[in-house]
Design a protein around this ligand. Structure first.
Ligand code: SF4
Length: 455
């Protein structure tokens, strides 16, 4: 098919060329520029023309989702940057200021770099993470960017060139050998960035090996992507759109399940016709589409947004899957809402949808021990508590064991919670510490199933 829908991409060098921004003052645009020096910024013409309401600036949710805002940095950091740029600091001095600011923004939360990368023959397996027993994450080299960048993204360090924090596969294909050896794995999740920035021929190189002999244990293939909303033409009119659809069909025909893990942060993103057409085409291949998003201040911290989003997802044949809690990294203070508020929004929204949309789980924190779900707020023995459990855990035995934290109306993340009933630790903490100690002494992976040697 001819691509009649070629997108225009804008970075912080093109801010003055974006027609939408003409509605803002020069100072506002300068503010966007300053923050974009710290966080990645890239937006395309589909997002600007189809998802952002120009009459709703600067509070439009998709504008907040894609355009940086001064409040995403502390006043101090913002003012230092302002001074540096206004006074034309030399490049090295400005870069070093930016680097220092980035380092204060917790660039690798949940022990991703130290805890999830398997080690074989004392070398990390590049581009692979193995945190949960059944699932390996693959970070293809060519998929480490996105069609547009989200301002809340926890993977922001990858996109700003903090090279020491970058995960990506290398030529050695060690990741494939590792997956072949580890028969406990049943799922692979191809992620990024956004793997759907890759050409179909590259995507095929990452998927097809898992459909061949030796990988019979891999029955479930997932692709994490925001392309449905940031570039639906990937499935419609790009030169290789049909090849992508053929690849998806091939997975189903081989008897495996393909799930597109789609990021939708707001129901507005489901409305454009190209998005709906892309969803239909993907579903016609036998794949399913599961939908997930963090709950974010300024973007979707309202019951109505979630009710409308889940209903619309079900109407179009998609499966509501996760409401996440925003991770403690990057512009966390700007987006985070208290856990108690996240729980109340989830509960109220959940109560307003039919059983078809109640496939969704949340609010869930992707933290070091696992995905910790806030399951309730209640009072036990006169103590107000959060009722928690893990829906996915580093040690599978921790899954679905209820545990309790003292209620804290300001807490926004698990590390701000204290165990309830006077306990010193949550039940998993000692074991987690041992795992981490093991990691330090080995200089290796923390997972018992990921430290084996492949010769
Ligand atoms: S599309 Fe996904 S990986 Fe890319 S910036 Fe957005 S949240 Fe991050």
């Amino acid at each position: 098919m001819d691509n009649k829908n070629k997108l225009i991409y804008y970075t912080n060098k093109d801010l003055t060329k974006i027609p939408l921004l003409q509605k803002l003052s020069k100072e506002d645009i300068f503010g966007i520029y300053l923050v974009s020096l710290v966080f990645p910024f890239r937006v395309n013409s589909f997002v600007i023309q189809n998802l952002i309401d120009p009459d709703n600036l600067p509070d439009d949710p998709i504008f907040r989702l894609t355009f940086p805002h001064p409040d995403m940095l502390s006043e101090n950091h913002f003012s230092n940057l302002h001074t540096a740029v206004k006074n034309k600091y030399p490049k090295e001095k400005l870069n070093s200021l930016i680097y220092e600011i980035r380092k204060t923004l917790n660039p690798h939360p949940a022990g991703q770099l130290t805890s999830n990368v398997p080690v074989v023959n004392h070398e990390p397996v590049k581009g692979l993470q193995h945190k949960y027993r059944e699932t390996a994450l693959i970070f293809p080299t060519q998929g480490q960017t996105c069609h547009s960048f989200c301002t809340f993204c926890f993977r922001w360090p990858q996109f700003v060139g903090m090279d020491d924090l970058k995960f990506a596969t290398d030529e050695s294909l060690k990741y494939q050998h590792y997956i072949k050896e580890h028969k406990e794995l049943t799922n692979i999740l191809i992620t990024g960035g956004d793997p759907m920035v890759m050409k179909a021929r590259n995507l095929e190189k990452y998927i097809s090996p898992f459909l061949e002999d030796g990988f019979e244990h891999i029955r479930f293939i997932r692709i994490g992507t925001k392309s449905l909303t940031y570039n639906p033409f990937r499935y419609l009119t790009d030169d290789d759109s049909d090849d992508i659809l053929r690849l998806f069909s091939k997975i189903s025909e081989k008897g495996n399940h393909l799930s597109i893990m789609a990021h939708f942060n707001h129901h507005i993103e489901l409305h454009p016709q190209p998005v709906q057409n892309a969803i239909s085409r993907i579903l016609s291949t036998g794949a399913s589409i599961r939908c997930q998003s963090p709950i974010l201040k300024h973007i979707n911290d309202s019951v109505d947004v979630w009710v409308n989003m889940w209903r619309e997802q079900v109407r179009q044949g998609c499966i509501p899957y996760y409401m996440f809690v925003e991770r403690d990294t990057g512009a966390h203070d700007y987006f985070a809402i208290p856990l108690t508020k996240a729980y109340k929004i989830f509960r109220k929204a959940f109560s307003q949808v039919s059983g078809l949309a109640r496939t969704v789980r949340g609010p869930s924190m992707s933290a070091t021990p696992g995905k910790i779900l806030i399951d309730g707020i209640t009072t036990i023995n006169q103590e107000k508590v959060f009722v928690l459990n893990m829906i996915q855990a580093r040690n599978p035995d921790w899954t679905k064991k209820p545990f309790f934290a003292s209620f804290d109306k300001k807490a926004t993340w698990i590390n701000q919670l204290k165990p309830a009933f006077g306990d010193n630790d949550f039940f998993y903490e000692k074991e987690l510490e041992n795992i981490t100690r093991g990691n330090i002494s080995l200089g290796a992976s923390t997972n018992p199933w990921s430290s084996s040697i492949i010769n």
